[in-house]
Design a protein around this ligand. Structure first.
Ligand code: UD1
Length: 418
C-alpha cells in the first residue's frame, strides 16, 4: 500500500492543470450503454474509479477502447445485465447502470450498494422513480432485480430530495422510454448538465437542465457521439484550498468560475482571492485566513465534496468557524485525524465547530474517504514537520497525479510504497 510523506511549510506557486470531472466522466461512460454505436469521450481523467467503471462496462459485454490520450471509445451490444457485488461495493456509482440497462435491455440485476464510510446512502429514490416509469423491481439476495418487459413509459417523477445519482439514473432511463417524462426537483449540479448535453448529442430530447425540472421526450434509439468531459470543479476547488492554506498563488488551467459559485464566494470570505483569467482561475492569498460558517447544500449551494478541504483550511484561520453537513450523516471522519495534527475541531451532531489555531503539526494520519484524504494532505502542506498519510488508495480513486501536481508547485511530497 502506498503512503504520502509531506513536509509542510512551503508556499505553493505555479500552475495546475484541471482534469476531466470524475463525477461527470463516470456517468458519461454509463451513457454509452444507451446505444450500440460508439460514444467517444475525451478529457477522461486517469483515476481508479474510471478504471472500475470500465471493468463494469466490459463485464456487461460492452467494448471500451483507448482511442487516444484521455479518450475512450465505448459501444457494442449488451451481453450481460448483471452488475456484480464485487464491483458495486467498490464503487457506488455502479448503481447508475440500472436505469440504462432497463431502458435498453429491459432487464437488470444490480447489486445493492449497501452503506459506505460517509453514511447509509440508500437508493430508494432510484428504485421508486424507475417503478414510476413502469419497471417491476424485486430485492433478492442483496440484488435489485428489475424488469420492464414492455419497455419503460414516460411519467411524472417528483423526487423528495434533489439526489444527484437518482436524477442521473432516471434521466438516462427516460431517454428511451415511451412518451414524456418530467423529473421534478431534479438535481442541478453542473455534472447533470454535462450528462444532458452528452445525451442530447446522442439524439436524446431533454430540456430544463439546471432549472430543477427536467423534461425528457423519449426516443426510439440513441446514436454515437463525440463528447468532452467537463473540467473537475471539485479538483479545482480542492487545489484552491491548497493555495489558501499555504498562502500561495496558483493558476488552475481550465478551471471554470461558473461551476464554482458558492465555493468562490466562500474562498473570498476567508480572505482568499479568486481571479478569472483567460487560461483559467487564479487563486491566491496574501492576508490572513478568516473563519467562516458553511452549510453544505445541493447545487448551487456549497458542495459537500468540498467540506473536508475547507475544514483543513479553516483549522488555521483566525477566529471560529462552523461547518454544517446537511447531505451525508457521517462525513466528519477527517476530524479526529485533523485534531491529531493540532486542529481544534468539535463535532456536535451535523455541525463542527472549528477554532482556528496558529499552526498545525505533522503526524501519521490515515485516509478514510476520497475528500477526507485530501483535507489531510492540505493540513500536511501547512503543518510544521512531517505528515505521513496512509491508505492513499482512497485518493487515487478520484484525483489524478496529486503528488506530481503539488510537487510541481513547490510542495515537498513523496509517494512511498510499503
Ligand atoms: C453524488 C456524488 C458525490 C456527492 C453527492 C452529493 C458521484 C459519483 N458522487 O453522490 O461525490 O457528494 O452526489 O453532491 O457523482 N439518498 C437517499 N436515497 C436515494 C438517493 C440518495 O436517501 O435514493 C440520499 C443519500 O444517502 C445522501 C443524499 O441523498 O444522504 C444525497 O445523495 P446523492 O445526491 O444521491 O449523492 P450521490 O449521487 O450518491
Amino acid at each position: 500500500m502506498d503512503r504520502f510523506i509531506i513536509r509542510g511549510g512551503r508556499r505553493l506557486t505555479g500552475e495546475i492543470e484541471i482534469g476531466g470531472a470524475k463525477n461527470s466522466g463516470l456517468k458519461l461512460m454509463v451513457a454509452g450503454l444507451l446505444t450500440s454505436e460508439r460514444l467517444v469521450l475525451s478529457n477522461v481523467p486517469g483515476i481508479a474509479d474510471i478504471k472500475t467503471m470500465r471493468d463494469l462496462l466490459v463485464g456487461l459485454g460492452i467494448t471500451v477502447e483507448d482511442a487516444g490520450p484521455r479518450t475512450l471509445s465505448i459501444g457494442g451490444e449488451i451481453g450481460s445485465v448483471e452488475a456484480p457485488y464485487d464491483i458495486v461495493s467498490k464503487m457506488r456509482a455502479s448503481i447508475l447502470v440500472l436505469g440504462p440497462l432497463l431502458a435498453r435491455a429491459r432487464e437488470a440485476k444490480v447489486s445493492l450498494p449497501g452503506g459506505c464510510a460517509i453514511g447509509t446512502r440508500p437508493v430508494d429514490m432510484h428504485l421508486k422513480g424507475l417503478e414510476t416509469l413502469g419497471a417491476e423491481i424485486r430485492l433478492e439476495n442483496g440484488y435489485i432485480n428489475a424488469t420492464a418487459p414492455d419497455g419503460l413509459k414516460g411519467d411524472r417523477i417528483i423526487l423528495p430530495f434533489a439526489s444527484v445519482g437518482a436524477t442521473e439514473n432516471l434521466l438516462m432511463a427516460a431517454t428511451l422510454a415511451k412518451g414524456r417524462t418530467h423529473i421534478v426537483n431534479a438535481a442541478r449540479e453542473p455534472e447533470i448538465s454535462d450528462l444532458v448535453h452528452c445525451l442530447n448529442a446522442m439524439g436524446a430530447q431533454i430540456t430544463g437542465e439546471g432549472s430543477g425540472t427536467l423534461v425528457i421526450d423519449g426516443v426510439e434509439k440513441l446514436h454515437g457521439a463525440h463528447y468532452a468531459v467537463m473540467p473537475d470543479r471539485i479538483e479545482c476547488g480542492t487545489y484552491a484550498c491548497a493555495a489558501g492554506i499555504t498562502g500561495g498563488d496558483l493558476l488552475f488551467v481550465g478551471g471554470r468560475a461558473d461551476d464554482l459559485g458558492a465555493v468562490i464566494r466562500t474562498l473570498e470570505e476567508t480572505g482568499v482571492e479568486v481571479v478569472e483569467e483567460a487560461r483559467g482561475l487564479r487563486v491566491r492569498r496574501s492576508g490572513t485566513l478568516q473563519g467562516v460558517d458553511i452549510m453544505t447544500e445541493p447545487y448551487p449551494g456549497f458542495p459537500t465534496d468540498m467540506q473536508a478541504q475547507f475544514m483543513a483550511m479553516l483549522s488555521v484561520a483566525e477566529g471560529a468557524s462552523m461547518i454544517t453537513e446537511t447531505i451525508f450523516e457521517n462525513r466528519f471522519m477527517h476530524v479526529p485525524e485533523l485534531n491529531r495534527m493540532g486542529a481544534r475541531v468539535n463535532v456536535h451532531g451535523r455541525s463542527a465547530i472549528i477554532r482556528g489555531v496558529p499552526k498545525l503539526s505533522g503526524a501519521p494520519v490515515m485516509a478514510t474517504d476520497l475528500r477526507a484524504s485530501f483535507s489531510l494532505i492540505l493540513a500536511g502542506l501547512a503543518a510544521e514537520g512531517e505528515t505521513q498519510l496512509s491508505r492513499i488508495y482512497h485518493l487515487d480513486r478520484g484525483y489524478e497525479g496529486v503528488d506530481r501536481k503539488l510537487a510541481a508547485c513547490g510542495a515537498d511530497i513523496a509517494r512511498v510504497s510499503d
